[in-house]
Design a protein around this ligand. Structure first.
Ligand SMILES: [Zn+2]
Length: 147
């Protein structure tokens, strides 16, 4: 292939991370992209991130990216015929069970109020012996005690 595709500066006001064709990574949220239409493979956008520009080894990076994609494809092919998964209906049913287990806000507030009352009673009964077990449940879960 002898065709050369020249990528040029494209200014953008859409500050997001754009995928980099060369390395498979992304740009930073930059105002100037380096882009072109892929006239060889059908016109998709080609883009080069600033890290690839900095490394200054575009063909090497393209080759390493292609190697990673091929390795990923081989990993996927090795899984063919080896995965046993629930059905969509089973997944939906499990989602419904999970949704049913989520407490309502009123239930959550009531449980938190009960735990808070227990904690206050425990502290009032023996304020000098506060141990990690006397932490409010949400504080214990965070591994720290509120002052
Ligand atoms: Zn890149």
């Amino acid at each position: 292939m002898t065709e050369i595709i020249e990528l040029k500066f494209e200014r953008t006001n859409v500050f997001t991370r754009w995928p980099c064709t060369v390395c498979g990574g992304c740009t930073e949220k930059v105002a100037v992209l380096v882009e072109a239409k892929d006239s060889i493979n059908g016109g998709d956008d080609l883009r080069v991130c600033e890290e690839c520009l900095k490394r200054d080894d575009i063909d090497g990076e393209l080759g390493r990216h292609a190697d990673r994609l091929e390795a990923d494809a081989q990993e996927l092919r090795r899984l063919i015929g080896h995965l046993k998964v629930p059905t969509f209906a089973e997944w939906r049913a499990e989602c419904e069970r999970a949704d049913a287990e989520v407490p309502t806000y009123a239930e959550w507030r009531a449980e938190r109020g009960r735990a808070d009352a227990e904690w206050r009673a425990e502290c009032a009964a023996a304020p000098q012996s506060r141990t990690p077990q006397s932490l409010k449940p949400w504080q214990a879960a965070q591994g720290r005690e509120r002052a």
